[in-house]
Design a protein. Structure first.
Length: 302
């Protein structure tokens, strides 16, 4: 089986309309978003705040454009709220994604998160969990993993800037403290490099547990500016710290080789939260698709 049949490529709607800052891309419609994704050559999408939440309605929009749902983000609050609250919200989210045919559920712990705070420095004020909070997180994630398993699905944990699971040490602790049968990992190149981690090392260490991938790139000068200025995560997004693969500092060639050599089967989703008024979403989606196609060709010729 070739790598092309194992790996499918999707695109995230956050480039068209930002879920955390809906004013970014408020002028872009849902139909424009999914039409341009399909036109750029993607076969999958994650779900944004303008997407219909009725499965049959959404399927109709997507199927005529040759798109499937890869996954969708779920915010857990295992460290700050009673488990039952997260459980009920998760079951509703799980059932919606299951109806859409998705196999994985993206989960990110938002207890104490500063990622959505406009004025909180993303590096200086990054939350650090206590031992008891780590216990709440890992036990809660395993319970969510069991709930996902009831539908033949898996949770993929999204390490993320401005949260309690961002660094290599934090990813290590999460992986060591949870069962591989219950908790898988989402591999996000942009968040790792922005944080100062080594994406290849993370990938090679946890490749057997990685079931979902986000490809995003980083503009090096802006990442340094965000850190030096003590900017928030959202200010960094507005400045343009993220971009699509092939447009920033990350060398994706060894990453793609590692992904293919590992036998990865699943989605690689291009995700680059930018201001669409500054970075035309269709133009950048197409740029990323062409870059990925060239990477795939090079890798298969080696």
């Amino acid at each position: 089986m070739s790598a092309e049949t194992k790996i499918t490529f999707g695109c995230a709607p956050i480039a068209w309309t930002n879920d955390d800052m809906p004013e970014l891309g408020s002028e872009n419609s849902f139909e424009q978003c999914i039409s341009e994704m399909a036109l750029a050559g993607y076969t999958g999408t994650e779900i944004g705040n303008k997407y219909p939440r009725d499965p049959e309605t959404l399927k109709n929009y997507l199927e005529i454009r040759g798109l499937q749902v890869a996954s969708a983000w779920f915010s857990s609050f295992l460290t700050t709220k009673p488990f039952e609250e997260t459980k009920q919200a998760f079951i509703e989210h799980r059932d919606f994604l299951h109806a859409m045919g998705a196999k994985v559920i993206v989960v990110s712990e938002q207890g104490h998160s500063v990622q959505g705070q406009m004025d909180t420095p993303v590096f200086k004020e990054k939350p650090v969990f206590t031992d008891s909070e780590w216990d709440l997180l890992t036990q809660g994630l395993e319970a969510l993993g069991e709930l996902a398993g009831e539908k033949g699905m898996a949770i993929v944990y999204h390490h993320h800037m401005g949260t309690g699971v961002q660094t290599t040490a934090e990813i290590d602790r999460l992986m060591e403290s949870t069962s591989p049968e219950k908790v898988s990992l989402l591999f996000d190149t942009g968040h790792l490099v922005f944080s100062g981690e080594n994406p290849i090392e993370i990938y090679q260490k946890y490749q057997s547990r990685i079931k979902h991938i986000h490809f995003k790139d980083i503009r090096e000068s802006l990442a340094k500016e965000v850190k030096d200025n003590q900017d928030s995560f959202l200010v960094g997004v507005k400045k343009g710290v993220f971009t699509v693969p092939g447009d920033g500092m990350i060398d994706f060639d060894p990453i793609m080789k590692a992904v293919i050599e590992s036998g990865y089967e699943g989605w690689i989703v291009v995700e680059a939260e930018q201001d669409p008024a500054k970075a035309n979403p269709f133009e950048y989606a197409l740029k990323a698709r062409k870059y990925i196609d060239s990477l795939m060709q090079q890798t298969q010729l080696v």
